[in-house]
Design a protein around this ligand. Structure first.
Ligand code: C2E
Ligand code: CA
Ligand code: CA
Length: 767
């Protein structure tokens, strides 16, 4: 420290030589002093000495230049007032840490220049001690670090803005923040970001410009006289207007700018990285004629990049949200968006006491188009249907593709009393527009749709309920002949409620074991003997008593509950079949038939369920016969074929149930590895009385036999029918004439007899 001490005192005190030869010594001192002064004055670093109270005792030229004044003007004044309040304590702490044992420290603080600019300085402070180690004053060497600090701050700003973009901050927030960051670095600049919207620029962010000016330039036309921003977007390059008052680019908004004292503006286009298309502009305004510095251009260059990232991210999200809310095929809103619209509409209906209508439209024969003309034609149909529907609606109505061939329409603002009428009118318009043929694959196709309507008259209705009701009404329209509309009403609500009730109690039925299995004997007409039984499920309802299948099978099928229910049926039937086998004295095979629904066949676990049932019961696979209705087979679903093969591989018998009702060609039978055909009850009904019915039964019997199948007649009720069947060579029969379905225990005795079957009064049977 002593070096500095001496050097400093040499400078500061002007020399205090104690030489013997005054002339020579003095000259030497002066020379030394000059040398030091030279060194100090040549420094670009700032050098000063000051007292504990901040009063400067010495400054070098660089210091004076820095503050834009002279050495003389500074010496004797205190530097402290130049240091902003917030930084003073830090500086004080640094200085007071100094002493004999800690002579040097560094500190950074800001200073305010006379023109108001704030700069950052970094100082090495050193204490100057006398021979008693008492503090005489301080000496400091420093430099301006503003640019470094700004660069660091800018990196920090960039990181912060990128983070907020990544976190999905609203675009306008991000853009406003960008403006503020740039303004912090261009203190007299005011920033504005505008976004391209078609042929105009819309306000994006301008946190520091007068609101009235911002409103005035909102909607600026992109073009050669759209001010700096309009021109920059037009030319896709930076446009610098140093003097608005005299620049033709500002012809249109010159007065507006002048009214707010804005005199210069340079604008930079914001260009997206992906496709080089202009997305907006970034403009910097000044209150006096000005041009950007290189530093400012660099800064705005960064800001523009960040703005483009933020804008692209917003576009991307808008695209994602569009995709999430629209059907890609028709471009219409999808189910999700429709529900959102509906919920908003209901809220409005509640507030304004209006009525909302939901129309549920379902094409009547879409599957046929898809199957016969192919999926491309089906898609084409849906697209043009979507266009037609949209074409006949009022602007405020919404049409959505709800799924598959289902479309939904939302009509708002219907007036209470006339609402139903208005909704029906819309439905009729929709049906009308469908009457025009659709051109598919070069051919005209005529289609129709069924429409269900539900009304939300109080706004208290729930969106999903309204949709469900419209859906129920649509089904009613289909039941009543298709190509028509139905309005959901109280009766429908009640039957829907009853359905819901059944659905709930079906769940319980499975859990509590409320199902019973009845068996109906199957008689061999050739042997006049009971050779098997068909298992038919019943539901022992705690209140409703014994419920027949037609009251719950469809529902079980629709809800999928048929799968666990069917599993129980198969298990129970196999168990019973095995029991009968042990009860029968002689070794005559006795088979059990079980009905399978389409939904069960589509269930991938079916073959395993059946195999387990056979294994657990010990029932012989060849004695189990599975009945599948003709209509299920005709659907020809891949899953059905796979399931049938897997079942067949277990060694069970297969039979086609309700044969004749599905209008399948008899040759169709060859495609399936079946063993039995069951002639539907409706044909047996007319045997001997209706010529046509007899003809059908004759055909089925002969073709069945030609294909090596056993033919079973269902629903035999009279002796005459039985006589006809025997005459036609039908193999087996079942029906009330022999016995109704009944509990297994009631049948046991009958089976155990294993005697030729002779129903009371049946004279036609052999044996
Ligand atoms: P299905 O397979 O055609 O069963 C024959 C139906 O005809 C039975 O009705 C039976 O009671 C009735 N029936 C029998 N003989 C006569 C007769 O001489 N005259 C008349 N008019 N009817 C007769 P059920 O038991 O009400 O079953 C109705 C339908 O429910 C069955 O038709 C079958 O498709 C379905 N089903 C019954 N049980 C099950 C089951 O466990 N699983 C599945 N998936 N479906 C079942
Ligand atoms: Ca059956
Ligand atoms: Ca049947």
């Amino acid at each position: 420290m002593s070096d500095v001490h001496h050097a400093a005192s040499a400078i500061g005190s002007g020399g205090s030589a104690g030489e013997n030869e005054p002339g020579v010594a003095e000259a030497r001192v002066r020379a030394s002093e000059d040398r030091y002064r030279g060194i100090v004055e040549d420094q670009t670093d700032l050098i000063c000495r000051f007292q504990a109270d901040g009063r400067l005792t010495f400054v070098n030229e660089a210091y004076a230049r820095y503050f834009g004044t002279t050495v003389e003007a500074l010496v004797g004044t205190s530097f402290e007032p130049r240091v902003p309040e917030e930084d003073r304590a830090r500086l004080q702490r640094a200085l007071s840490s100094l002493g004999p044992h800690h002579p040097v420290t560094t500190v950074e603080h800001r200073v305010a220049l006379d023109d108001g600019r704030i700069r950052w300085q970094q100082w090495a402070e050193r204490v100057v001690l006398d021979e008693h180690e008492k503090i005489v004053e301080y000496q400091a060497v420093g430099r301006d670090v503003t640019e470094q600090r700004q660069a660091e701050a800018l990196v920090g700003d960039q990181v912060r803005i990128l983070e907020s973009i990544a976190k999905g901050a609203p675009l306008t927030d991000t853009l406003a923040e960008l403006c503020r960051v740039v303004e912090a670095h261009i203190p007299d600049g005011r920033c504005s970001i505008m976004l391209l919207d078609g042929a105009t620029l819309r306000h994006g962010a301008a946190p520091s410009l007068p609101a009235e000016f911002v409103r005035g330039v909102d909607g600026t036309i992109v073009g050669p006289n759209g001010g700096s921003s309009g021109a920059a977007a037009f030319r896709s390059e930076q446009v610098i207007v140093t003097d608005i008052e005299h620049d033709p680019l500002w012809d249109r908004s010159r007065d507006l700018a002048a009214a707010h004292g804005l005199q210069a503006c340079w604008a930079t286009p914001i260009v997206a990285s992906g496709d080089d298309r202009v997305r907006g502009t970034f403009a910097v305004y000044h209150f006096e004629p000005a041009a950007p510095t290189q530093e400012h251009e660099h800064l705005v260059g960064l800001a523009v990049q960040l703005a483009s990232i933020a804008i692209e991210r917003e576009e991307f999200e808008a695209q994602l949200s569009h995709q999430a809310h629209h059907d890609p095929l028709t471009g219409l809103p999808n189910r999700t968006l429709f529900l959102e619209f509906l919920m908003l509409a209901l809220a409005r209906a509640r507030r304004y006491h209006t009525t909302v209508a939901v129309l549920f439209l379902d094409l009547d024969r879409f599957k046929l188009v898809n199957d016969s003309l192919g999926h491309d034609a089906g898609d084409e149909l849906l697209v043009s249907l979507g266009e037609r529907l949209r074409g006949v609606l009022r602007p405020g109505d919404t049409v959505a593709r709800f799924g598959g061939d289902e479309f939904t329409v939302l009509c708002e603002d219907l007036s209470g009393a006339g609402a139903r009428h208005q909704a029906v009118e819309v439905a009729e318009r929709l049906l009308e527009v469908m009457k025009q043929p659709f051109l598919l694959e070069g051919e005209e196709q005529f289609l129709s749709a069924s429409i269900g309507i539900s009304l939300g008259a109080t706004g208290e209705e729930r969106a999903d309920e309204l949709l469900r009701d419209a859906d129920s009404a649509m089904y009613r329209a289909k039941e009543r002949g298709k190509g028509r509309w139905e309005v959901f009403d109280e009766a429908m609500r009640e039957s829907a409620m009853a359905r819901l009730d059944t659905e709930n109690s079906l769940h319980r039925a499975i859990e509590r074991g409320e199902f019973r299995l009845f068996f109906q004997p199957i008689i061999s007409l050739t042997e006049a003997r009971c050779v098997g039984a068909e298992a038919l499920v019943r539901w022992q309802h705690p209140e409703r008593g014994l419920v027949p299948p037609y009251e719950f099978i469809n529902l079980a099928e629709e809800t999928g509950m048929i799968v666990p229910m069917g599993e129980w049926v198969v298990n129970e039937a196999c168990r019973q079949g095995a029991r009968w086998k042990t009860e029968r004295p002689r070794d005559e095979p006795f088979s059990v038939a079980v009905n399978l629904s389409g939904r069960q066949l589509a269930h991938p676990g079916l073959a395993n369920q059946v195999r387990d049932a056979l294994e657990q019961s010990g029932f012989d696979a060849s004695l189990l016969c599975l009945e599948i209705t003709e209509s299920v087979l005709m659907e020809d679903a891949e899953a059905t074929i796979v399931a049938i093969k897997a079942l067949k591989a277990l060694g069970v018998g297969l039979s086609i149930d309700d044969f004749g009702t599905g209008y399948s060609s008899l040759g169709y039978l060859k495609r399936f590895p079946v063993d039995f055909v069951k002639v539907d009850r409706s044909f047996v009904d007319g045997l001997g009385t209706e010529a046509e019915d007899s003809a059908i039964v004759v055909a089925v019997v002969s073709l069945g036999h030609a294909l090596g199948l056993r033919v079973v007649a269902e629903g035999v009720e009279t002796e005459q029918q039985l006589a006809e069947l025997i005459a036609l060579g039908c193999d087996d029969a079942q029906g009330f004439f022999f016995a109704p379905p009944q509990p297994a225990s009631d049948l046991s005795e009958l089976i155990a007899r294993s005697r030729p079957w002779r129903p009371p009064g049946a004279s036609v049977m052999k044996g």
